[in-house]
Design a protein. Sequence first.
Length: 293
Amino acid sequence: MRHDAIIIGGSYSGMSAALQLLRARRSILVIDSGRPRNHPASHAHAVLGGDGVARDTLASDAREQLARYPTLTWVDGTATGVTGSLDNFRVTTGDGQVHEGRRVLFAIGVSDTLPAIPGLADQWGKTVFHCPYCHAYELNKGPIAVIAVGARSLDQVRLLTDWGPVTLLCNRSLTLGRATRAALEHLKVAVEETAISHVAPGRVHLADDRILSAAGIFTSSATAPAGALAREFGCRLSELPTEQFIVTTDRRETSVAGAYACGDAALSHHSISLAMADGAWAGSQIHHDLVQC
């Protein structure tokens, strides 16, 4: 069977794209590995209609809604290869099956590379976060630590001052000039120059044996599309040093005709709400493309 579109990735952007196409009565295949980026988080926040809902519940409810449409095929598995061209794509899954589709959509999400600090990865999505809109409100104005990864961390610091008292930990990754220090002082941001030894739940251990308590710890990760699938297929990627994404047109078509990308993998800013919106747009644009052929 040849599907109208094969969507690789069944998280929020992929499901949102699928919904638009299913409602257009198109035959859609979703291939999902079951490993969303936000799997460490227990609840979703800043999602209209789903604020505070358990992550698993939000995702399973969405999938159940898609399952009501008879033109959906859902495969729990991993896409291992993409070949072909416009109107004749082939996607291979880990079990050796080959699926055919007229269009393909990469909704593959991103992988995060965190600062190399012991304990940080273990707390990612639990007490260590990147998005204040998703997590900071629940900290109840408690103390916030920001682990610097460079000058871009200053924007994160400025935002977070609305959610609680902030301490910026330079951790040998950020040198502050006089004007920047004055601006931080004006915002009542504390600055800690001592390097970090390791991170534990709610605590930052410094190299001089001091311990800073924090209701939440924020940092920025380096992101890139999850896996090598899009790159190996020939989709052009951005060349930014800390945030790599699949380059698309405003219609979300990649550098390969008939291949589209959406969600975190195609955006420089990430959240569930943004992924849903981007998926809806990509799905509608794929439908427009199909209608014109």
